[in-house]
Structures are given as structure tokens and as C-alpha cells.
Design a protein around this ligand. Structure first.
Ligand code: ZN
Length: 262
């Protein structure tokens, strides 16, 4: 297979901050963070791009997080009506309240790849601290529970076993990344932050999409139907389509899990 995924670590802009933090589980708010831990812990965000296939034109991967809350039908309808492929990262929390939307995705297996966004939308960080106001998993055992709990919920809902994981806030410690990989998952980064946690205005989101080039992996949210950002996501997708971009899912462009992503 000539297609490869390039994945490297670097610091990227805020992800899933406001909207996710605001809707975090009650136990996530106001947690005390030891100063020593907060100042010494180095968090990383993996960057993910997809390789281009010669002669096929520019391709991008649209990825959406479904943290909790509801589904944004503006985005879901646009993807279906235009037969656009994407990868959706869902939590067990989201699945519990959005069976109808999940059924729509499952009814279009050629369009939607369902992957793991965790069980309770707890950052997959094995050190006790808070990130954007959300209390982290805090231990290796809790990281594993978050990852596996999300996967089990997808399977229980009728989905396929996920192979990619993206944690809440998309931030990790290097040791947590190694652990997630040891569980058999690849850690899904991104290269363009489409909506900054669904907090950007519509025109700003559309601009983020417009700057995509072949190979980019764009992250946005599909769980905030009342936010203006979703309108921008729709504009951005249609703009890329009109400019001849192709849309691929992560599993369309990846090799079997090798544990060598990093
Ligand atoms: Zn999220």
C-alpha cells in the first residue's frame, strides 16, 4: 500500500474548549489541581495529515467530534445530500442521547466512519489536572477505562470496533499516547482546527476550511446545533466540494494498526 499517514507531535490551537468545557460532567468542574503537577506536565497534540495519491486531485479528511449534547442536522444533512465521506468521533455519552442520528450514520456506511471519542468525555491524560476546566482521567487505569468505555459503547450500539481514538480536548501526555496505542488504537490528531470547539463565527469557520490543502485533516464539531459555527462548517464543506476536493475517511487512508504512529 503506497498510502501512508504522517503523524507528528506539535502544539496546536485550542480544541473543544468552551463548548465542551461548558457541558462537561458536573464532577469535571472546579477540580483542584496541584500546582506542581500543572506546571510540570507537558501536554502534546498530535498533528495528523493524510498522504495524497498521485493523479487523484487534492483530498482532505473531514473529522467531527460528537462530545455530548445533540446532533447538528445542518452538517449531517449536508454530508448525506452531497454524499461526502467523513469520520465521526463519538462518546458513550453522546450515543446515549442520539440514537436516531447514529442510526442515520449507520444507514450510510459508505459515508460515515465511526470512531472513539471516549466514554465520558474525560481528557485521556494520566496525570490529575484540569484542561480547559475539565478534570482529566488522572491515571493510566482511568485513561484505559475512558478509551475502552467509548469503544464498547459503539459496539453495543451496533457499530464496528473503532481503530482510532481522539480524547476530549485532543491533548495527551506522551505516556498516555503510548498507552492508548498499546490498547490497539491510533491517536487521531488533525492539521486544521475548523471551529475551535464550535466557538467560532460562521465566516471564521468557513475561512478555516477554505485554507485547507490536499492532505489536511480538519476537525470540527457535529454536536452543537445552536452554534453559528455549524453554519460555517456547511459553507466550508460546500466550498471545498465546489473547488474539486475529494473527501476521504481515516480508514480509507490508513494501514493496519502498527503501533508506529509516533
Ligand atoms: Zn469533544
Amino acid at each position: 500500500m503506497t498510502i501512508t499517514i504522517s503523524l507528528r507531535l506539535l502544539s496546536l490551537a485550542l480544541i473543544c474548549a468552551g463548548s465542551c468545557a461548558l457541558t462537561a460532567p458536573p464532577q469535571a468542574a472546579g477540580a483542584e489541581t496541584p500546582t506542581a503537577t500543572r506546571t510540570k506536565t507537558r501536554l502534546t497534540e498530535p498533528k495528523l495529515t493524510i498522504a495524497q495519491v498521485e493523479g487523484e486531485g487534492p483530498a482532505v479528511a473531514l473529522t467531527f467530534d460528537a462530545c455530548m449534547g445533540k446532533v447538528d442536522d445542518r452538517i449531517l444533512d449536508t454530508l448525506i445530500e452531497n454524499r461526502i465521506r467523513s469520520t465521526v468521533f463519538v462518546t458513550a455519552r453522546w450515543l446515549k442521547h442520539n440514537a436516531a442520528a447514529f442510526a442515520v450514520m449507520r444507514a450510510n456506511p459508505d459515508l460515515f466512519e465511526i470512531e472513539d471519542h471516549g466514554e465520558n468525555h474525560v481528557p485521556a491524560i494520566d496525570v490529575p489536572m484540569t484542561v480547559f476546566g475539565i478534570k482529566t482521567a488522572g491515571s493510566a487505569e482511568a485513561v484505559a477505562a475512558e478509551v475502552e468505555g467509548g469503544a464498547e459503547a459503539i459496539i453495543a450500539a451496533g457499530g464496528e470496533r473503532p481503530v482510532w481514538f481522539r480524547g476530549a480536548t485532543a491533548k495527551y501526555t506522551p505516556s498516555a499516547i503510548a498507552e492508548i496505542q498499546s490498547l490497539g488504537y491510533r491517536v487521531a490528531g488533525y492539521s486544521i482546527n475548523g471551529d475551535s470547539g464550535s466557538l467560532l463565527g460562521a465566516s471564521s469557520v468557513a475561512r478555516q476550511y477554505h485554507r485547507a490543502k490536499g492532505g489536511d485533516v480538519i476537525i470540527s464539531h457535529i454536536n452543537q446545533p445552536t452554534h453559528e459555527a455549524g453554519e460555517g462548517v456547511v459553507k466550508g464543506i460546500l466550498d471545498l466540494k465546489a473547488r474539486g476536493f475529494r473527501f476521504v475517511r481515516l480508514k480509507d487512508r490508513t494501514e493496519p494498526v502498527s503501533g508506529k504512529s509516533f
